[in-house]
Design a protein around this ligand. Structure first.
Ligand code: ZN
Length: 141
């Protein structure tokens, strides 16, 4: 049974955190456009162009912050769905054997959701680590 989801991925406040910097940056670019209109000297255009670049930076920084927050929300939701150590009621035992594909970077617990319906051979954790594999960050074998 799938655990209950913690809530919508993007809240109203998350959308505002994206829209406010984007609208603010667009307003700065529009203001710079207004200030530079009709000027034909390069010296007079320098300050409005700098203002436009700052506006683009504000929008870009807001979008980066929003994406970073989204990545954290998706990661938290993934951990919640996969039953990580942060979730209540999960088991914390260390798996005696682990499984991995032939050229896999990670080894998993047999019941890991990321390898469902795959018949990978089992091996000891020490053997997995000896060939350079890392423990799966989702199932934490
Ligand atoms: Zn796994």
């Amino acid at each position: 049974m799938t655990p209950a989801l913690p809530g919508p991925l993007w809240s109203r406040r998350d959308r505002l955190r994206l829209l406010v910097p984007l609208i603010g940056g667009a307003a700065l670019i529009g203001l710079a456009w207004f200030l530079v209109a009709g000027r034909d000297d390069a010296g007079g255009q320098l300050a409005p162009v700098s203002l436009a670049i700052a506006g683009a930076g504000v929008g870009f920084a807001g979008a980066l912050f929003w994406l970073g927050q989204g990545r954290r929300a998706v990661r938290a939701l993934s951990w919640h769905l996969l039953g990580s150590a942060d979730s209540a009621g999960c088991e914390t035992t260390v798996a005696a054997e682990s499984v991995a594909g032939p050229n896999a970077r990670y080894f998993h617990r047999r019941d890991c959701l990321l390898i469902t319906d795959r018949a990978f051979p089992a091996a000891a954790r020490a053997d997995q680590e000896r060939v350079g594999r890392q423990p799966c960050p989702a199932c934490q074998p």
